[in-house]
Design a protein around this ligand. Structure first.
Ligand code: SF4
Length: 214
C-alpha cells in the first residue's frame, strides 16, 4: 500500500461532479464504460437536469439521448429516473448516507454505494470495481470469486485508514500497469511482492522465445 501510495498520489475519483447527487448519477453512468466518456456527457446532462427534482420529473425516454453513448443507456435511464424519484419522495432530494439505503435504490450496487460513502461522505469503504477485483486477486490481497467476497477480504487485509485510498490506488494501478491483458509486470512497483509476477513474466518469455524460433 505504501508503494502504491507513493506511485499514485491522487486519491480522488476521475469523475466530475458538483454535488453528491451528481456524483451518484456519474457513478451509475460509469458502469461498463470509462470515466472519461461519462465526463464527456455529464456537462450537457447536468445543465439540463440540474437537480434531483429535475431528474425525478423527467421520463427515461427524455434522458436517453443524453446518455446514449455510454452503454446500457435504456436500463441506466430507467434506473436513474427511478432512483431520483425515490430520493426526492423519501429523502427530500438528498442522497441517503447508509449502505442499506443506497443499495436499495434502483441500479445502485455495493460498488456505487461504497464510492458514494467514501468520496461523498468520508466513510472508510472499499469499492470493488473490475480493476480493484483483478489487481487485488493478482496481488494476493484477496482470493475471491465475487466482488463482495473481495471487498470482505480486502477489509481484513488492508488497514482501515487506507480503505478509501486503496480503492483509488488499485484502480490507478489497474489502469496504468496491471492492465487486464498483458500486465506490465516488468515496470510494476510491487512486482517483488506479487505472487502473479513470475507467472506473467514466464508467459512473456515463452511468447518471445516462440517468436524468435518462428
Ligand atoms: S507484478 Fe504484474 S500481476 Fe502483479 S500487480 Fe504488478 S503488474 Fe499486476
Amino acid at each position: 500500500m505504501e508503494r502504491l501510495a507513493a506511485e499514485y498520489a491522487d486519491t480522488t475519483t476521475a469523475l466530475r461532479f458538483a454535488d453528491t447527487f451528481q456524483l451518484l448519477i456519474a457513478v451509475m453512468l460509469s458502469a461498463q464504460t470509462t470515466d472519461a466518456r461519462v465526463n464527456r456527457i455529464t456537462p450537457a446532462l447536468f445543465a439540463d437536469f440540474p437537480t434531483a427534482q429535475a431528474f425525478a420529473a423527467a421520463s427515461p425516454e427524455r434522458l436517453s439521448p443524453y446518455i446514449a453513448s455510454c452503454g446500457l443507456y435504456v436500463t441506466k435511464s430507467k434506473n436513474i429516473v427511478a432512483a431520483a424519484r425515490i430520493i426526492v419522495e423519501r429523502y427530500g432530494g438528498q442522497v441517503p448516507r447508509t449502505l442499506e439505503e443506497l443499495t436499495a435504490l434502483p441500479g445502485v450496487g455495493r460498488k456505487t454505494a461504497n464510492v458514494l460513502l467514501s468520496v461523498a461522505f468520508g466513510v472508510d469503504a472499499i469499492a470493488v470495481d473490475t480493476h480493484v477485483f483483478r489487481v487485488a486477486n493478482r496481488l494476493g490481497l484477496a482470493r475471491a470469486k465475487t466482488p463482495q467476497e473481495a471487498e470482505r477480504q480486502l477489509m481484513r487485509t488492508i488497514p482501515q485508514k487506507w480503505w478509501s485510498s486503496a480503492h483509488h490506488w488499485l484502480i490507478h494501478h489497474g489502469r496504468a500497469v496491471c492492465v487486464a491483458r498483458n500486465p506490465r509486470c516488468a515496470c510494476c512497483v510491487v512486482d517483488d511482492l506479487c505472487p502473479s509476477a513470475k507467472r506473467f513474466l514466464r508467459l512473456y518469455a515463452r511468447r518471445s522465445s516462440g517468436r524468435s524460433a518462428g
